[in-house]
Ligand binder design. Sequence first.
Ligand code: EPU
Length: 453
Amino acid sequence: MVGDQTTSIMLPSAEEADEVTFEGGKPLVGEVEVRGAKNLVTKAMVAALLGDSPSVLRGVPAIRDVAVVKGLLEAHAVTVTELADGELELDPRGAKSAHFAEIDAHAGSSRIPILFCGPLLHQLGEAFIPDLGGCRIGDRPINFHLDALRAFGAEIDKSYEGIRLRAPRRLVGARVDLPYPSVGATEQVLLTAVRAQGVTELTNAAIEPEIMDLIQILQKMGAIILVEPNRTIVIEGVDSLAGYRHKAIPDRSEAASWAAAALATRGDIYVRGAHQADLMTFLNVYRKVGGLFDVDDEGIRFSHPGGEIKPVVIETDVHPGFMTDWQQPMVVALTQATGRSIVHETVYENRFGFTDALTKMGADIEVYKEGIASITRRVPRRPLEQAAVITGPTPLHGADVRVPDLRGGFSHVIAAVTASGPSTVSNLGIISRGYEHLLAKLSGLGATFEQKA
Ligand code: EPU
């Protein structure tokens, strides 16, 4: 079971092609499968550190962020074994502190290391976080995380290498009120509170489906977590936790990405694994635009209606709002809608950089860096927000573009597949952080492209 198979969650070499030339203009038609959500799987892998016996996680996709967390766990002497395709066993017995340089070497491209803090403080009494990577979509500070860890009793020292944390004694339950329902900070509190002494009350928590799935995992491990109304989560700390067996929730960001690809290319894609309950807000927008979808027990079929599609106003928000990770592929589809669409990005302060490439390909997109005030807004205005106004339909033509970040990168690929003529997309490797077998899936849907050797 160990040996050769352990390498298969590392990316197949075909996915590592960093430069691909697409010959666009053809609809994407066929079927793709989405497996476990990047934004749950990576956290579930970290949660295994809290157990005193091995955990088994199923539905694990072959993406680079999984490989990063696998490397980080192994650096802490956690044994990660691939039992079958997409099934990992994580054995935390024997976990030990890792060398700074080793953590740094693995952490480079991900923000996940911050979530190791609570589990490592419980297991080993210390943790180290190097400079954090992740997508370049704004400042992405970690102040909520550090404030919460301090409330649990962690001691934090910043140095030129990164941040060192220590727990001189067992961490204790705390009251944490998040200034914003941050996904990562909510996970930080959960992963720390479950084994702290006493009760933790978290208010203004994030309630994304991936967080609910993480709570289910922690409950399987022996945690006591009460999800109360109004974004309040109460955690009664326990002395020890066991391993879990769990199948990860499907990736709703990837599902929405393929849905948008079907719309942009006038195609028809069955997304096996797409789960309606986690996509309801997206599906409402899809329907308003004129996109067709058909839900069955195994997935959702998404297709272009033929004729024209309609413009829409979108405000990104925390769950159950329209996810910030859904807007980039939808913007490509909206370049093909008849009329003016507006996307208000309220979660991150810099998430429209990807539109430059679309403009180069012929899209009419104007970005308002200070956002656009509107009395019809549903979401309270945040100081960091921006807006994009997309006027369509504009035929897209091929261009050479460079992938800036994960979701923006996927939108470039869809745009290249939608455009007439060749487009060379470089820095494509970033997309493999969160989309498995991208090129194989595109090829299966009929996309025509050539990889640079
Ligand atoms: N924020 C702070 N301080 C903090 C933490 C967050 O000010 O200490 C701010 C951020 O700057 C941002 C907002 O809070 O303006 C929301 O950030 P959040 O903490 O919710 O995001 P995250 O946990 O860093 C996760 C996903 C993102 C996804 C967001 C929102 C992972 C690994 N990442 O990020 O996914 O966009 O939640 O749903 O789970 C992606 O998949 O491409 C991606 C970026």
